[in-house]
Design a protein around this ligand. Structure first.
Ligand code: SF4
Length: 427
């Protein structure tokens, strides 16, 4: 039996890099240190596995070989008038770079899943900048942790232990040395751990953030409550924030996808900026998939823009709302959707999935997903971070190495190897 230490978990944006994976005869038999989500991924890679390339013939998916599937993919990209390359939350940075090359070569559009999660965060930080830090700095120094519109206990289960209120840092140790605040529309499992839980009405975040800014700036609010939250409670929270030695605000889709969207993020950034006149405060978005941050990083190195990049004019163009994958599909402008590291048929709105019936679909995925079932071409690939190595960016923008601990099933290549074959032929 071989034990791989310090393995990175390819599940959520925490990218925990302290896993121990026990492997016997190329089979993962145990995973230590991971939460149930991460452990489940390592131990279930054999389930619902896509083992052979598939192509659609007369409406039915039939097995084929890799060469024919690659050939068919290249032919479809060449014949497409406007292909869209989408996904990337669960792909390595190396694979994302190759997909951007394909989008450039074919004059198509490249977009990543942040368009339906933290896109507003990106728009907000482009307008305002973001006072941020690494998760390590927060673990070692933060004495106040605020979770706004996110539920790490269920979505990022080790966040509170590795980086949040329960973590043991060098200068601040354990739960007793830290205060914890949760702001959400419902009492989540994370909220039950908090010192202060502030329940807000749905879509009232902008008003609450603006009221907090006023209080942090020593202004009086001449009302009894703001959107149902008593001003006394807001004053208590503002005092806690000002009196923290080092505060950290983590925020999720409850803030980015409620009314106001990027304006909520701008208001949160403005609040943290105001707090920095009185103390030290930082903020980090709770990114979902393990490399959605990497998708934004690679898009930005390669094109100058973090998502929604259109190459149809022969150069990268960026106009979220016009050049996002969802908008392009909704307007019926794309005739080919190339997907890697995502399952849009499970995640996109139903009316967008309906539109995909009129679009050719190429999917690279290790497992049989609803998107694979709708595909015209589906090519199996190795699980990156388990069966193939690569690079991923943690939610705080720190790049980390994904490791290979077992070989993929016979005949299955990494997504980088498959993409290299496609790019070579396209050229
Ligand atoms: S918290 Fe996320 S990265 Fe860490 S072990 Fe759990 S699923 Fe994996």
């Amino acid at each position: 039996m071989e034990v791989f230490k310090n393995v990175l978990c390819p599940f959520c944006g925490c990218c925990c890099d302290d896993l121990e994976v026990e492997v016997d005869s190329n089979k993962i038999i145990n995973v230590k240190n991971a939460c149930a989500l991460g452990r489940g991924k390592f131990l279930s890679i054999g389930e619902h596995r896509l083992l052979k390339p598939l192509v659609k013939v007369d409406g039915e998916l039939v097995e084929t070989d890799l060469e024919k599937a690659v050939e068919k993919t290249v032919e479809m990209i060449k014949n497409s008038s406007y292909p869209v390359f989408y996904g990337f939350g669960c792909a390595s940075c190396e694979a994302i770079k190759l997909c951007l090359e394909m989008a450039d070569l074919s004059g198509g559009l490249a977009d990543n899943i942040s368009v339906v999660c933290h896109g507003p965060t990106i728009l907000g930080l482009q307008d305002m900048g973001i006072p941020s830090a690494t998760l390590g700095q927060i673990r070692h120094r933060a004495d106040l942790i605020v979770y706004w519109g996110c539920n790490p206990v269920e979505a990022h289960p080790r966040h509170t232990i590795r980086y949040g209120p329960l973590s043991s840092g060098r200068f601040v140790t354990g739960r007793k040395s830290r205060r914890m605040v949760v702001i959400d529309v419902r009492k989540t499992p994370t909220a039950t751990m908090a010192d202060v839980f502030m329940q807000v009405k749905p879509n009232s975040d902008f008003e609450i953030l603006t009221a907090l800014r006023a209080l942090v700036n020593d202004l009086d609010l001449e009302v009894e409550e703001v959107d149902g939250v008593p001003v006394a409670k807001l004053e208590e929270l503002a005092d806690m924030m000002i009196n923290a030695k080092f505060g950290a605000l983590f925020f999720g889709l409850g803030l980015t996808m409620s009314y106001g969207k990027e304006h909520n993020i701008e208001a949160a950034i403005a609040l943290v900026r105001d707090l920095n006149k009185k103390t030290k405060f930082v903020m980090i978005p709770m990114r979902g998939h393990f490399n959605v941050t990497g998708a934004n990083e690679v898009f930005t190195w390669q094109t100058g823009y973090p998502f929604c990049v259109d190459f149809s004019m022969g150069y990268p163009r960026y106009n979220p709302g016009e050049t996002s994958a969802v908008d392009v599909i909704a307007r019926g402008e794309c005739d080919l959707l190339f997907i890697i590291g995502a399952d849009p048929c499970s995640h996109l709105p139903h009316y967008i999935v309906e539109r995909l019936k009129n679009v050719k679909l190429v999917v690279l995925d290790p497992s049989i997903t609803p998107t694979v079932k709708m595909a015209d071409v589906a090519i199996p690939v190795a699980y990156v971070g388990i069966e193939a190595s690569g690079t991923a960016y943690r939610m705080d923008g720190v790049p980390l190495q994904l490791r290979k601990v077992v070989d993929p099933p016979p005949g299955i290549l990494s997504d980088v190897d498959v993409l290299n074959r496609i790019v070579r032929r396209l050229k």
